[in-house]
Design a protein around this ligand. Structure first.
Ligand code: C2E
Ligand code: MG
Ligand code: MG
Length: 640
């Protein structure tokens, strides 16, 4: 193959293509990711390869006029260019795969060693002549010439060996397109070596453009409304910084009452104002990046000079003291709450950071809107405890260690225990006993309650079946159901299925629900309740008197039992007015023909008085605390 005969048209076309790619790069927001930088390295490497190839062809054509030293430089340039392109590409491929950070660091170290080794070989070549010599304007290649190429190929193969573990952004479709590109490059290389067409570099460039479009497209990591990076990219960015133990200052800038702005000026103006805020934050002079964190929240991550944090926070705060302008020039005053979390001091990983940001923002919105607050000044123990409890619930669910205890309910009419309330219990190795009052709301918040609720119901049904409850005085078990469970479509269907699976009849279960102001989809809740009541399950209203005590609620919903909350019971024994209210409440419920359970009965006096004023059932420590299934059965047998 005589290089001086090569048709340079493809090389020039490739060079023009790459120049366009560099222009795109320069025009878009700079993406601060390692993959993006590595890919830029690949493009620079390919540009060098093309340039050297063009120079080589000219040198070949005018061989007799070219100085030997220039020939040496071009040959070294070629080796270095190929090495650069290949090693950056190998690194890029490695970054696309889910390799642990440590592996990656070793790989980068190897790349550095390989590069230094090749450069040393080149420096020594004039003395050792291991790589090549130029004699009579001819290049005589020696054995060492293949070393840089062997190193490049070896690094590429190592990188490709992990290709099975591609990161989540790379879908199968994208993968196929990349493979196709790779095949085209191989074909082009064969065509070039055999002298059929010198289109290898051109094919490399079309490959680069494809990668740019599919994998390095800035729009994939940008939020189009604000022109800042999106939240998914923020997760990647911050997670990486935690992985490599880099400290950072995370600013959460949350607009206050932005809904009002949207309502007053319309969504388009609202979007434009958000765009302006994003641009303003991006224009601040500090080393870092800006992300859109939530619909009306931004997150700025400062990664150097953390001592500047208070200054920057003040600057942002000050900016919101002045108006912003709509496209029509109308002045709009906006307020923003600023929370600062220093990492790793305040948060040690991404999950903790998000929890702290949520918590600090909720706190700021409640107490001091439009101000600057520091996570370090807040009591973060609550957040950490919440996280630990959430973990404990998940663990107990996975290990099937969730327990259910039973607290007997005494029937005054029958003078015997006639039912019981199932109360979930959780004991963690580290945290010890955790109260359901603490973990149930967390299970609701973190989407665990539906599964947890099903587990509890199954345990109750198994208890009813295994201990032959129908042969005892216990007519039914009260099961607490969270409103979140009721908002789940298909809840009633699942309850029926579980009951049938354990041969439990609907009259053996009572469902306890509490009155809540925040029912999401009322129609789903109503449908579930109607289905369950039609099936024969009775409904109890729990904690009556502790919340809104909306009489309408009682009138609308098909309750059979009303459970008076222990707080109103206890209050009635301390305070005359509360005593009168309780008496009248009980009278009213009796008139409505509802059965009444008094909760929190702790003394005989309480029991006697509550029975006198019309409560039908008693539940409380006077009788028993909630106990395990075995102990419960013993208690029932003893009392019979
Ligand atoms: P709740 O449904 O009102 O349950 C009654 C709570 O009062 C229980 O607390 C019980 O142990 C406590 N209690 C009963 N009698 C007395 C008494 O005489 N004195 C005192 N000081 N306390 C008494 P627990 O077990 O801590 O449960 C707290 C709450 O957690 C429950 O209130 C219920 O809302 C929720 N919960 C418990 N188990 C479950 C469950 O399986 N699912 C759901 N969704 N929530 C549950
Ligand atoms: Mg209850
Ligand atoms: Mg209750």
């Amino acid at each position: 193959m005589n290089i001086s005969n090569w048709d340079l048209a493809y090389d020039f076309a490739a060079a023009f293509g790459l120049v366009m790619l560099f222009i795109w790069y320069g025009n878009e927001k700079r993406i601060p990711s390692r993959a993006h930088k590595a890919f830029l390295g690949v493009c620079v490497g390919i540009m060098l390869v093309i340039s050297v190839e063009i120079i080589e062809v000219f040198f070949g054509r005018f061989r007799n006029y070219i100085d030997d030293r220039a020939m040496y430089i071009v040959l070294y340039g070629q080796m270095l260019a190929i090495l650069t392109a290949c090693l950056f590409f190998a690194y890029y491929v490695k970054l696309l795969t889910k390799v642990p950070q440590k592996n990656l660091e070793i790989f980068v170290k190897n790349i550095k060693i390989a590069t230094v080794a090749c450069v040393v070989l080149m420096i020594l070549n004039p003395f050792t002549e291991w790589l090549f010599v130029i004699e009579d304007k001819k290049i005589l290649v020696h054995k060492g010439f293949v070393i840089p190429y062997v190193i490049s190929v070896a690094m590429m193969l190592t990188a490709f060996s992990n290709i099975g573990k591609l990161s989540k952004e790379i879908t199968f479709r994208k993968c196929i397109i990349m493979i196709l590109n790779f095949v085209f490059c191989i074909v082009a290389l064969v065509l070039q070596i055999t002298g059929i067409a010198t289109m290898f570099s051109f094919t490399l460039v079309t490959g680069c453009m494809t990668i740019y479009h599919y994998l390095q497209n800035p729009y994939a990591v940008m939020d189009t409304t604000t022109g800042q990076f999106n939240r998914r990219f923020m997760n990647d960015y911050i997670t990486y910084r935690f992985e490599v133990n880099k400290s950072m200052g995370v600013f959460l800038i949350a607009m206050d009452d932005f809904k009002l702005i949207n309502k007053t000026y319309g969504i388009d103006v609202g979007d434009n104002l958000l765009l302006q805020v994003g641009e303003y934050l991006n224009s601040l002079k500090y080393p870092g990046e800006v992300f859109r964190f939530g619909s009306d929240q931004f997150c700025a991550v400062m990664d150097k000079d953390l001592s500047q944090i208070p200054e920057i926070a003040e600057e942002v705060h000050e900016r919101f003291m002045h108006p912003w302008y709509t496209g029509d020039g109308e002045a709009v005053m906006m307020s923003a709450s600023i929370c600062i979390v220093k990492c790793p001091q305040d948060a040690a990983d991404m999950g903790e950071l998000v929890d702290i940001m949520d918590y600090s923002m909720a706190l700021a919105k409640k107490t001091k809107k439009g101000n600057i607050s520091y996570a370090s000044d807040m009591k973060l123990d609550n957040v950490r405890r919440e996280k630990a409890v959430e973990k404990a619930v998940k663990l107990a669910m996975d290990r099937e260690e969730i327990m259910v205890h039973y607290q007997p309910i005494f029937s005054i009419g029958k003078d015997a225990y006639n039912s019981a309330e199932a109360l979930v219990r959780l004991k963690d190795d580290e945290l010890g006993w955790i109260s359901p009052d603490e973990f149930i709301p967390l299970a609701e918040k973190h989407g665990l309650i539906v599964e947890l609720g099903d587990m509890i119901l199954e345990k109750v049904c198994r208890f009813i079946r295994d201990f032959n409850l129908k042969d005892s005085s216990i007519e039914y078990i009260e099961v607490n159901i969270s409103t979140v469970q009721l908002m789940h479509k298909g809840f009633a269907g699942r309850v029926k299925k579980i009951l049938e699976e354990y041969d439990v009849t609907p009259d053996q279960i009572n469902i306890e629900i509490t009155e809540t102001a925040t029912i999401g989809d009322v129609s789903v809740v109503d449908a579930n309740i109607s289905e369950l009541v039609e099936y024969g399950i009775k409904l109890s209203l729990d904690d009556y008197g502790s919340g809104y005590s909306n009489i309408d609620y009682i009138n609308q919903m098909p309750f059979s039992i009303i459970k008076l909350d222990k707080s109103i019971i206890w209050e009635a024994f301390k305070n005359v007015k509360a005593g009168i209210t309780l008496e009248y409440t009980i009278r009213m419920l009796n008139e409505l023909q509802l059965l009444i359970v008094a909760e929190g009965v702790e003394t005989e006096d309480m029991k006697n008085h509550l029975a006198d004023i019309g409560c039908h059932y008693m539940q409380g420590w006077y009788y028993s605390k909630a106990v395990s299934d075995q102990d419960f059965m013993e208690l029932i047998e003893k009392s019979a």
